[in-house]
Design a binder for this molecule. Structure first.
Ligand SMILES: Nc1ncnc2c1ncn2[C@@H]1O[C@H](COP(=O)(O)OP(=O)(O)OP(=O)(O)O)[C@@H](O)[C@H]1O
Ligand SMILES: [Mg+2]
Length: 405
């Protein structure tokens, strides 16, 4: 089994997918923009070969370099777990005559207007929406949709250039803020709680799903630096109030014709119980949410993903034992981390419930919290009881402090 894997170096969990592939018996051929020396140890160890390309965004150039590199050697699969190479992977499959998601289907996982159009056609509830490529079109869409509304890139990520507008003045601000974005979606703003529906799917059949709850909603988390955003992987995915989301998720995957691998959907639950589609990626969630699944069920979802894409099967026996909370921290002040407060007490009080500490150390340069949800690091903790998990997560939000200067 020879697998071409795009972007084994970025984001930071990609080396784990490389490991998974190698562990289920694949030879992994990596292609990415990093120099071979810059790859993480785990990636280096499990790659059979690696091709550095100048720019994964340049699809034509990358495809011809890969074909030259392969020199007639055949691959069995082309896979990626990174959002920005989902379409490139599909183009390569087409070029190499391999099975998997087609280019047309892959585009519906990237273009949020095409995505929602397909779901509308299937009778699923999406926010009222419209594509706009000029200031005039944005204004016309706003008139039609009404306030409050959202203006965001057609193929965005990380809530970048995403604006909530409650009136005309805010629409003007959004127009200025998205001036560099060629195409935007204008959408009805959906008030409510925000969840994920993440799956491991094999030939269109969902074999495992995870539901995570964002506290607060990502757009709020990205708008206020003082917030310590939480993502909570829920133990009880059978809770009654989540079933509308599960049903929506199943129908979305069917409507978009997803085949094999990870999917990551976001959906909104309104106070009146209505469930509304947000977006879906044909790849796993980021910000170490795949690790949350592992901590929730004590299995290796990186490896099970690999087993599915290579062999079509999932072997692990999955028991949902824990709720898992990831709490992302942002230091106070610019520059380098100079102190971390409150960690000792949390460790004492929570003991083994803290399963992963991944904070920047004292002396490290702060990360840009607007560019990465990971921010200046995170704590992961788990507990069988949801209320206890939430209480612990809130204490990490309030009591753990990083200072920078
Ligand atoms: N129609 C909407 N109604 C309410 N909130 C919305 C809407 N569209 C986007 N948002 C808010 O903006 C955030 C980012 O939007 P969206 O998920 O579509 O883009 P993204 O940048 O691809 O996200 P990600 O952070 O998952 O990469 C959402 O998580 C949600 O909080
Ligand atoms: Mg999103």
């Amino acid at each position: 089994m020879d697998v071409l894997f795009l972007s084994p170096g970025y984001p930071s969990e990609m080396p784990e997918f490389v490991r998974g592939l190698a562990e289920v018996g694949a030879r992994v051929y990596g292609v990415g923009p990093e120099s071979p020396g810059a790859l993480a140890h785990t990636a280096k160890r499990h790659l059979a070969a690696y091709l550095q390309v100048p720019n994964l965004w340049d699809e034509q150039d990358t495809i011809s370099r890969i074909i030259r590199w392969l020199g007639g050697r055949t691959m069995d699969r082309v896979e990626t777990c990174a959002e920005y190479s989902v379409v490139l992977a599909a183009r390569l499959r087409e070029a190499l005559g391999l099975p998997g998601l087609s280019v047309e289907a892959a585009i519906c996982f990237r273009d949020k207007e095409k995505m929602k159009q397909k779901l509308d056609d299937a009778g699923l509830r999406t926010p009222r929406h419209q594509r706009a490529t000029s200031v005039e079109e944005i204004r016309a869409a706003a008139d039609r949709i009404g306030y409050p509304l959202i203006v965001k890139p057609i193929s965005g990520a990380g809530s970048a250039n995403t604006f909530r507008c409650d009136d005309l003045a805010e629409l003007d601000r959004a127009i200025a803020g998205t001036a560099k974005v060629a195409e935007v979606s204008v959408e009805e703003f959906i008030e409510g709680e925000e969840f994920t529906f993440d799956t491991l799917t094999s030939n269109g059949k969902i074999l495992y799903h995870n539901i995570a709850w964002y506290r607060p909603r990502p757009l709020q988390a990205r708008s206020h630096e003082w917030i310590s955003p939480q993502v909570i992987a829920l133990r009880d995915v059978n809770a009654a109030q989540l079933q509308g989301g599960v049903e929506l998720g199943r129908r979305v995957i069917e409507a978009l014709g997803f085949q094999s691998g990870f999917t990551h959907m976001e959906w909104y639950l309104r106070a009146n119980g209505e469930v509304v589609f947000g977006e879906i990626g044909g790849r796993p969630p980021g910000a170490r949410q795949v690790d949350q699944m592992n901590y929730a069920c004590d299995f290796d979802s990186f490896r099970e993903w690999a087993r599915i894409v290579c062999w079509g099967a999932l072997e692990a026996k999955i028991e949902r034992r824990y709720n898992v909370a990831t709490i992302f921290k942002r230091a106070q002040g610019p520059g380098r981390i100079v102190a971390i407060d409150g960690l000792e007490r949390l460790r004492r009080d929570f003991g083994p419930a803290i399963v992963w500490e991944n904070l920047l150390p004292v002396g490290a340069q702060r990360r840009n919290w607007l560019q990465t949800l990971i921010s200046d690091g995170f704590l992961v903790l788990r507990h069988p009881d949801l209320q206890t998990t939430l209480r612990m997560a809130d204490r990490v939000g309030e009591e753990l402090r990083l200072y920078a200067r």
